[in-house]
Ligand binder design. Structure first.
Ligand code: FES
Ligand code: FES
Length: 166
C-alpha cells in the first residue's frame, strides 16, 4: 500500500519452524529472518550488527546450512528448519561447541559468539574433522574484534574431536 511518498507494508502471517517448534508470526514483506527472530520470537541470542551480510553475528542454520539472517527474507523461510543459538543446547546440557568455547575461554565480549557457534556448527556438518587452518578458513565469514581467533579455533577443533569421538 502507498500513502503519499511512503510505502507501507502490511503485516502478514508466516509459519516458521524454529528450534523444533512451529510458530505463527506477523511479518512485513521485507522483514528479514533476523527481524522476525528478534522482534516476534524474542530470540535475541542472534545478534544484529552490519545488516549487510558482512560480519556474521546474525548467523543461524536454515535446513542445516549457515545463513546470515540479516539478508534472508523471513518469507523465504516458511517450511524450513531454522536453528538459532537458543536451540543448540539439549535442555541443561550444552552443545559440544558451547562447552568447548567455555572450557577454552574463547569468549571475550561475547557479541560474535552466537554467530561464531552457529557458523562452526554448519561448518562441522560439512567437515567433521577439520584442521585448524580449515577451521580458520571455514569461519572467515564471522568477525571477532576481541579474541584474535586463536582460542576460537582451538575451541572448534576440540569440539570437533569430542563430537566425532561419540
Ligand atoms: S548483522 Fe548480519 S552479517 Fe552482520
Ligand atoms: S568476543 Fe567480542 S567480538 Fe568476538
Amino acid at each position: 500500500m502507498r500513502r503519499g511518498a511512503v510505502t507501507v507494508s502490511k503485516m502478514k502471517e508466516l509459519n516458521l519452524k524454529v528450534n523444533g517448534e512451529q510458530w505463527e508470526v506477523q511479518a512485513k514483506d521485507f522483514d528479514t529472518l533476523l527481524d522476525v527472530l528478534r522482534r516476534e520470537l524474542a530470540l535475541t541470542g542472534t545478534k544484529s550488527n552490519c545488516l549487510e551480510g558482512e560480519c556474521g553475528v546474525c548467523a543461524v542454520l536454515v535446513n542445516g546450512r549457515v545463513v546470515n539472517s540479516c539478508i534472508l527474507l523471513a518469507a523465504q523461510c516458511e517450511g524450513a528448519e531454522i536453528t538459532t543459538i537458543e536451540g543448540m543446547a539439549d535442555g541443561e546440557k550444552l552443545h559440544a561447541l558451547q562447552q568447548s568455547f567455555l572450557d577454552r575461554g574463547a569468549v571475550q565480549c561475547g557479541y560474535c559468539i552466537p554467530g561464531m557457534i552457529m557458523s562452526a556448527a554448519g561448518f562441522l556438518k560439512e567437515n567433521p574433522s577439520p584442521t585448524p587452518d580449515e577451521i580458520r578458513e571455514g569461519l572467515c565469514g564471522t568477525l571477532c574484534r576481541c579474541t584474535g581467533y586463536t582460542k576460537i579455533v582451538e575451541a572448534v577443533h576440540e569440539a570437533a574431536q569430542n563430537m566425532s569421538a561419540k
